[in-house]
Design a binder for this molecule. Structure first.
Ligand code: IPD
Ligand code: CA
Ligand code: CA
Length: 266
């Protein structure tokens, strides 16, 4: 085994075990969510609580104790640069709006970047007892079962995930839905972009498009989708790009052309 492989393997094992521990902590908060104080961030739809912060703290502590030289970017506490060439990119709870409203569509999303590309993607969905896990060159799995995207699925014969937030105008979001429906497709939005990207890897959705999301929302899903045989639009992870938003687009092979068109990439 080369040193590079060992480095990836040890981080992959850690990412999966942290995701499960973090998922259990988040589920405990979810089960007593009426005790949480809900705060708002950019707007009243953008919510956060102590659950998001403490889950991220736990993940940071676990990573720092094993890989103190790795970089770390989390949604709640920002970016700490590293020196190892690996950077962990984490959304402690993606789908906080469903979480605080008592719906099961939320997850813990953990990605690891190497050479600016996601080489590990783990999405833990505690309410479903599901863990999606992928590492570069090792395939993607759902609860240990290998995932391969079916190329015969298209926007017409399957469902497409669409996301929206207040960074994007209602007119733009409306135009995306109109174009998708005119193309013979239909849309799903469950409130967790990271989980919908994992659904693309699992073949539950054929693609995902959200005009503006952050690295912590999409990089784990991107690794999962790529390892399951799908395509994603590269997220600009170099320099400042890592902490800024960008379009998030991914699809199975049968829907790639339509999603690229929908996102205005071609
Ligand atoms: C949000 C969710 C949502 C997406 C937003 C994200 P959060 O993340 O992924 O589905 O539409 O753009 O910000 O706030 O639940 O971590
Ligand atoms: Ca998020
Ligand atoms: Ca979040």
């Amino acid at each position: 085994m080369t040193t590079q492989t060992t480095q990836l393997d040890t981080r992959f094992a850690l990412a999966k075990s942290i995701a499960q521990e973090a998922g259990a902590m988040a589920l405990d908060y979810f089960n007593r969510r009426e005790t949480l104080v809900i705060e708002t961030k950019r707007d009243v739809q953008d919510v956060v609580s102590i659950a998001d912060r403490n889950v991220e703290k736990l993940i940071r502590e676990r990573v720092a104790s094993m890989f103190p030289e790795d970089g770390f970017l989390g949604e709640e506490f920002g970016h700490t640069a590293g020196s190892s060439g690996y950077t962990w990119v984490v959304d402690p709870i993606d789908g906080t709006a469903p979480f605080v409203n008592g719906m099961p569509n939320w997850c813990v999303s953990i990605a690891v970047l190497h050479d600016d590309a996601p080489v590990i993607g783990v999405v833990e969905a505690p309410c479903d007892n599901e863990i999606y896990a992928a590492a570069k060159g090792k395939g993607a799995k759902l609860n240990g079962k290998p995932l391969t995207i079916d190329p015969s699925r298209t926007i017409q014969n399957a469902m497409t995930g669409i996301g929206a937030n207040s960074y994007v105008t209602p007119e733009r979001v409306g135009a995306i839905i109109i174009e998708l429906l005119h193309g013979g497709g239909n849309f799903v939005r469950n409130g967790s972009g990271a989980l919908m990207l994992a659904y693309v890897a699992a073949g539950r959705l054929v693609g995902y498009y959200e005009p503006y999301m952050h690295a912590w929302d999409c990089l784990a899903g991107y690794c999962l989708i790529s390892e399951a045989g799908g395509w994603y639009h590269t997220f600009p992870t170099q320099g400042d790009g890592l902490t800024k938003g960008a379009p998030v687009v991914a699809a199975g092979p049968g829907a790639r052309a339509d999603l690229e068109k929908l996102a205005g990439l071609v």
